[in-house]
Ligand binder design. Structure first.
Ligand code: ADE
Length: 249
């Protein structure tokens, strides 16, 4: 996969893309990553990329000529590639969108800074718009890094044999349950016996129950779209009953 990012701050990507899994993906030739400086496409004397808004008001607006030129130069004649604007006005990023985007051979992410983009950039050069959550960052760079990380770990081979596809939180609509490693006892806390039983079926069943419990506790909204067996529905009813008893005590 190839990912091109257009940004006014290409250096921001250097460390993130040179460490850990992002570096492994690049080293294994599963990812080609490029951060392009939008300012290189400002062919005015001052390398100016923004200007004041028509109609007044504060802040600076990214200029359509510079940004559209930068996108067109990076895109070339490739009309299949999604050109994604990072902005708090986009569709909210999630696991399904990460999987969807990982199916493309190439992505172009456009990061803004300052007050916003001239609307004609959207009209002329953008095919998708993504937000990473309902809050405003000072620029799209951190949001782009979040998207790149979540997308790249979906590429087969990036995470090794098992991959991200199975046990990740959200992969099956549930949050992941707890994990344990050595030592078997730490500050008086042990580990669940089932994990050392050697019984894989029982371990899987325990993990699924714990995932359901954590989802019910932290993100009950997610349970509305998960396929649950009757036994699992009974288990949730039991959790709710236990909680209401404890709340009464
Ligand atoms: N740029 C500024 N805020 C953002 C957000 N929440 N998501 C994506 N890009 C952004």
């Amino acid at each position: 996969m190839q990912i091109d990012v257009l940004t006014l701050f290409p250096n921001m990507f250097e460390t993130v893309m040179s460490e850990s899994m992002m570096w492994k993906a690049r080293d294994r030739k599963l990812l080609n990553f490029y951060a392009h400086d939008i300012r290189d496409y400002a062919n005015n004397k001052w390398r100016k990329v923004d200007d004041t808004p028509y109609g007044g008001g504060g802040g600076m607006i990214l200029k359509p000529d510079v940004v559209v030129r930068s996108i067109e130069a990076v895109k070339g004649d490739d009309n299949e590639t999604p050109v994604i604007l990072m902005s708090p006005q986009g569709r909210v990023f999630n696991h399904d969108i990460a999987v969807e985007l990982s199916g493309h051979e190439r992505l172009i992410l456009v990061c803004g800074h300052y007050e916003g983009f001239d609307e004609r950039i959207r009209q002329l050069a953008i095919t998708d718009e993504i937000s990473i959550g309902d809050y405003v960052l000072t620029g799209g760079e951190l949001a782009a890094m979040v998207v790149v990380d979540a997308v790249v770990r979906q590429i087969p081979g990036v995470l090794g044999a098992e991959g991200a596809q199975h046990r990740d939180s959200h992969a099956d609509g549930l949050l992941e349950g707890p994990h344990y490693t050595r030592p078997p006892e730490f500050r008086g806390l042990g580990i669940p016996d089932v994990l050392t039983s050697g019984h894989h079926g029982k371990v899987d069943e325990w993990r699924r129950r714990e995932a359901i419990k954590r989802t019910w506790q932290n993100r009950p909204d997610l349970l509305e779209t998960v396929d649950l067996t009757d036994a699992e529905k009974d288990y949730i009813a039991q959790l709710a009953q236990d909680k209401s008893h404890n709340d009464d005590d």
